[in-house]
Design a binder for this molecule. Structure first.
Ligand SMILES: CC(C)=CCC/C(C)=C/CC/C(C)=C/COP(=O)(O)OP(=O)(O)O
Length: 323
């Protein structure tokens, strides 16, 4: 039985599969080339209008006719799979979405409201996004809640953001447990007020075995900070004689980044709201091959329709990772 929350791939690469919805290859079977990911196969079935689907991927299948005796696996979605919004395909669905929740203060200013109202409205948008991710089968959401540079904002604003985080953790802890949501935090949490740091440690520990969905909150975080702390840890290992300098590799660095807390460390999709076209020192290493989506909406206005637009855009992309 396949559920959208299931970690197993829908189709194993290198197994024969039926591609009947593709025009002019109806009722023929083709072997899936090893370099084609299962989600690309499904996207071909469901995106007949896409130029990419009709050319590059399609040609690859024609090069690999399947052996008759190979096992055929059909993709079926069972009734326990969650309902998707209209126009959204089940695959390719990003496993990991990262968000720069920008524009909270501008939203408040535009309405003549105090800055804190913008952040409060931003928290509501975040709750909506978490619900939608759970509903549509996205496994991990990382949000940039407070950057290393945000410490330089006015003291009263920093204090308010800290209190918002504290209230958020306290009020939502039960629902994280009930909904089987794992909370992880990346960033230099030693800089947080002691009470908040303890709350964070507690909620991370309490929810660590939840596997339905993971919310990663980046607090006192920057991509450069993450790389520096990874380098320091690797340098210590070299110093202690555990590894040689030549052992330093991409995978070794990945193992020391803070995103080692998730089985999907590289976001498939990054969304930044408010029309700004920058990465702003967010997950610099992890975003190497991430698809980017910039929304004009201010974060408190970012809801289901806007998320849907981002996901539909993602589903039209062809990802080749430079190959
Ligand atoms: C509980 C929890 C995780 C809370 C998160 C609250 C939240 C929405 C934080 C966003 C923080 C932030 C500095 C956003 C940038 O937009 P900005 O405020 O700088 O907006 P601007 O670009 O209009 O000035």
């Amino acid at each position: 039985m396949i559920s959208s929350l299931s970690p197993q791939p829908l189709i194993k690469p290198n197994t024969a599969t039926t591609l009947s919805p593709i025009p002019h290859v109806q009722n023929q079977r083709f072997k899936l080339a090893s370099h084609v990911c299962p989600s690309e196969l499904l996207s071909i079935r469901k995106r007949p209008g896409s130029a990419c689907a009709a050319t590059t991927q399609h040609r690859r299948y024609l090069l690999f006719p399947a052996e008759e005796e190979e096992e055929e696996r059909e993709v079926k979605f069972t009734s326990d799979a969650p309902a998707l919004a209209e126009g959204l395909q089940r695959e390719p669905m990003p496993r990991h979405v990262a968000v720069i929740m920008d524009g909270n203060r501008r939203w408040a200013h535009l309405r003549g409201l105090p800055v804190r109202s913008g952040y409060e409205a931003g928290v509501k948008s975040l709750k909506t996004l978490v619900e939608l991710c759970c509903k549509w089968g996205i496994r991990v959401l990382t949000v940039f809640a407070f950057s290393s540079d945000n410490w330089f904002r006015p003291e009263v604003e920093v204090e308010f953001l800290m209190s918002l985080l504290e209230t958020g953790v306290k009020e939502e802890k039960e629902s994280f447990i009930r909904e089987r949501i794992r909370i992880s935090v990346i960033g230099d949490t030693s800089k947080l007020p002691k009470r908040l740091e303890e709350l964070v440690i507690n909620v991370v520990e309490t929810t660590k075995n939840n596997t339905r969905f993971q919310l990663i909150v980046a607090v006192s975080y920057s991509g450069q900070y993450d790389l520096v702390q990874a380098c320091q840890r690797i340098a210590m290992k070299v110093k202690d004689g555990l590894i040689e300098p030549n052992d330093v590799s991409e995978s070794l660095i990945e193992q020391e980044l803070e995103t080692t807390c998730t089985e999907f460390p590289y976001p498939d999709l990054l969304i930044r709201t408010s029309g700004e076209l920058r990465i702003s020192n967010f997950m610099l290493w992890q975003l190497a091959y991430t698809e980017l989506f910039f929304s004009q909406s201010l974060w408190p206005d970012f809801g289901e329709a806007e998320f849907l637009e981002a996901l539909k855009s993602f589903q039209q992309r062809c990802r080749h990772y430079g190959k």
